[in-house]
Write a protein that binds this ligand. Structure first.
Ligand code: AMP
Ligand code: MG
Length: 271
């Protein structure tokens, strides 16, 4: 099964630089029409519902979507739009915050591994172990020798997940500086969204370039044949959700989960 060309464009080719500066956050990926895009998203959401149900029924393998992106890149909205049709029983979302308590008593991958999907589940990481490289680096939470070696751990950790039956789809939501400002301003003004705004967001915004440079490096170092990165243009909400839905449906189609055979002797059974 061939991956659609549109998705291949988003891929960071393993062993090659991510070149974020050359990727346009406002791209439409050749799709002109928002309405047609939204209609296609509804179709994909229905496909996702069927495929994830088969994965759940099969109960042998799992899929993990890793969502990374700066503040206001649209991680929360992408999750709610793309997965609206998925049975919550077969789906597990985990939002990673700054580690605290017992998490700090372990290595940084401990909580991550414990939050990975079980066989049959679709797992979604809203932020992930990549915070332990990028945010730790930019906010200077640990010295360079600590975060510098983490991409090596992560490549091998993800290889283990894949070897053991988890398909890993990694998405970086690429938002522009201007669009991020608009969304953060909107957040402050909208009473339904103001709770999301935190003082640290201002400091992080001032470090926009540092974050982008750190992401550029980590995406380059951790895009592998077994768990490649995809950079999704994130300035248009409809396009972003559509691209992520396509990536997830494509990965599930490749897996081709199969429903268990019905028990023998059910044919012609009268109730
Ligand atoms: P939000 O996703 O807006 O709820 O914010 C979560 C915050 O937790 C963000 O500022 C992240 O950068 C931060 N965070 C998540 N994981 C880590 C981590 N491993 N180390 C440091 N900060 C983290
Ligand atoms: Mg936030």
């Amino acid at each position: 099964m061939e991956t659609p060309e549109r998705l291949m464009e988003l891929r960071v080719p393993p062993g090659r630089p991510a070149e974020l500066a050359k990727r346009d956050p406002g791209s439409r990926l050749g799709l002109r029409d928002k309405q047609a895009g939204e209609a296609r998203l509804s179709e994909l959401a229905a496909e996702l519902s069927v495929l994830s149900n088969r994965l759940w029924a099969e109960g042998r393998r799992s899929l993990l979507l890793v969502l990374q992106g700066l503040d206001a890149s649209g991680k929360d909205g992408t999750i709610s739009h793309v997965f609206k049709g998925v049975n919550p029983q077969s789906c597990r979302v985990h939002s990673f915050k700054e580690p605290a308590g017992v998490e700090l008593a372990h290595d940084y991958l401990w909580r991550v591994h414990a939050s990975c999907p079980q066989r049959g589940e679709v797992g979604i990481f809203n932020r992930s172990h990549y915070e332990d490289v990028v945010t730790v680096r930019v906010r200077e939470l640990a010295p360079e020798r600590i975060w510098k070696r983490r991409p090596r751990h992560i490549r091998e950790f993800e290889r283990m997940l894949v070897d053991e039956g988890t398909t890993v789809v990694k998405v970086f939501l690429n938002v522009s500086r201007d669009e991020q400002r608009k969304r953060l301003e909107e957040r402050l003004e909208n009473p339904e969204k103001a709770w999301k705004f935190r003082r640290e967001d201002i400091d992080d915004r001032a470090r926009f370039d540092d974050y982008m440079a750190a992401y550029d490096e980590v995406l380059t170092e951790t895009s592998t044949d077994w768990a490649p990165w995809y950079v999704v243009p994130a300035d248009r909400n409809w396009l972003k959700a559509l691209a992520v839905a396509e990536l997830v449906v494509d990965a599930l189609e490749r897996l081709g989960p199969r429903l268990p055979e019905p028990e023998d002797g059910l044919d012609g059974l009268v109730l």
